[in-house]
Design a binder for this molecule. Structure first.
Ligand SMILES: Nc1ncnc2c1ncn2[C@@H]1O[C@H](COP(=O)(O)OP(=O)(O)OP(=O)(O)O)[C@@H](O)[C@H]1O
Length: 340
């Protein structure tokens, strides 16, 4: 697997800073997602890695070789890094096979490589079709096959599933992940979709305002975000005013366990809506609203201190607006933020 290292990379467009010192190590993880809101610099980082942009400062190394750095700029076509863009990547006037073979030498095209990668993405036998004869999902599969054909050391995916409908995305993500890892490629996916990042990647790098603010396995980033911002960005979060009580926090939902000592006398703790327990616990709450979301209910609760928080519970939970319930928090708080 290719070891990609990004060190202190900065990049501005005129007076607009897009990257403000990005550090990222993609080495050990097969599949890394770069997750961040619109405008945080994801695409710029991807373009710097691919070689379409030149960083202002910092270094990018692939397998220990500097591909971008002070006075080094290996051109994009020499990096052995493939990019799969959002959509519209295929040449409409070329057959599927010709699209897939586009980046291959004439000799390579005579081998079975095109059929091999088409099979890998689940499109064996589609070589003679034209792009317009394929569904959107099939076109993205062809784009991935084309990226894989020349055996790149790294595949960069730029929001490749964003134009597809929800059900198709889930299936395609799973298949594409399997195909890329079967091909032995190291993969970097850029996305603003939390669910996509958490469900597809082995490692998630969360970006905000031109820097990577947290890197970790999906479960780590979700369960132990290093700030309230990350907690809110990777999922729903409930912020509770808290007062230090020994090594725990006293909140409107009762005592909450912390992963570390309280940061101040008064602070805010963050928990996930699914951590709120209904029908048991040390505090009392009034049910303000119950919203049905298929397998879940979102239950708005007014606590004794008048704070309103939202709990997520299975749809089978018996709960009525206006009723009073015992409530509590299970598990530990995700993050604590000192009151400013
Ligand atoms: N070619 C450009 N010229 C000037 N400013 C640019 C250019 N490309 C990007 N920017 C600016 O750089 C910042 C980062 O943009 P970038 O496209 O990398 O973000 P992003 O996270 O990929 O956003 P999105 O998810 O919306 O694509 C933004 O403020 C953007 O307006």
């Amino acid at each position: 697997m290719t070891d990609l290292v990004v060190r202190a990379v900065t990049k501005s467009y005129g007076a607009t800073p897009a990257l403000r010192g990005v550090d990222l190590d993609v080495g050990s993880a097969g599949f890394t997602a770069i997750l961040g809101p619109s405008g945080c610099g994801k695409t710029t980082l991807l373009r710097c890695i691919a070689g379409f942009e030149r960083p202002d400062a910092g270094e990018i190394l692939a397998d220990g070789q500097v591909v971008a750095g002070t006075s080094v700029h290996v051109p994009a076509h020499r990096r052995r890094i493939a990019v799969v863009p959002q959509e519209g990547a295929l040449f409409p006037h070329l057959s599927v096979a010709a699209n897939v073979g586009y980046g291959l030498t004439r000799e390579q095209r005579r081998t079975a490589r095109v059929d091999e990668v088409l099979e890998l993405v689940g499109l064996a036998g589609y070589g003679r079709r034209w792009p317009h004869e394929l569904s959107g999902g099939q076109q993205q599969r062809v784009a991935v096959a084309r990226a894989l054909a020349p055996r790149p050391r790294l595949v960069l995916l730029d929001e490749p599933f964003s134009a597809l409908d929800a059900a198709l995305r889930v299936e395609l993500r799973r298949d594409i992940r399997a195909a890329l890892l079967a091909a032995g490629a190291t993969v970097v996916l850029v996305t603003h979709d939390q669910d996509e990042a958490l469900s597809t990647a082995d490692q998630v790098a969360v970006m905000r305002d031109g820097v990577v603010v947290q890197v970790g396995a999906p479960v780590e980033v979700y369960r132990a975000p290093n700030s309230e911002w990350v907690a809110r960005f990777v999922g729903d979060a409930v912020a509770l005013p808290a007062v230090a009580d020994g090594d725990t926090a006293a909140t409107g939902l009762g005592r909450v366990e912390l992963t570390s000592h309280p940061v101040a006398e008064r602070f805010t703790v963050v928990v996930r809506p699914e951590q709120i327990r209904l029908g048991g616990g040390p505090a009392t709450a009034t049910v303000v609203e119950v919203a049905f979301h298929g397998h879940d209910l979102l239950v708005a609760l007014r606590l004794a201190d008048a704070t309103v928080v939202t709990a997520r519970v299975p749809a089978t939970t018996p709960v009525e607006p206006g009723s009073e319930l015992a409530v509590g928090v299970r598990g530990v708080a995700l993050a604590q933020v000192a009151e400013s």
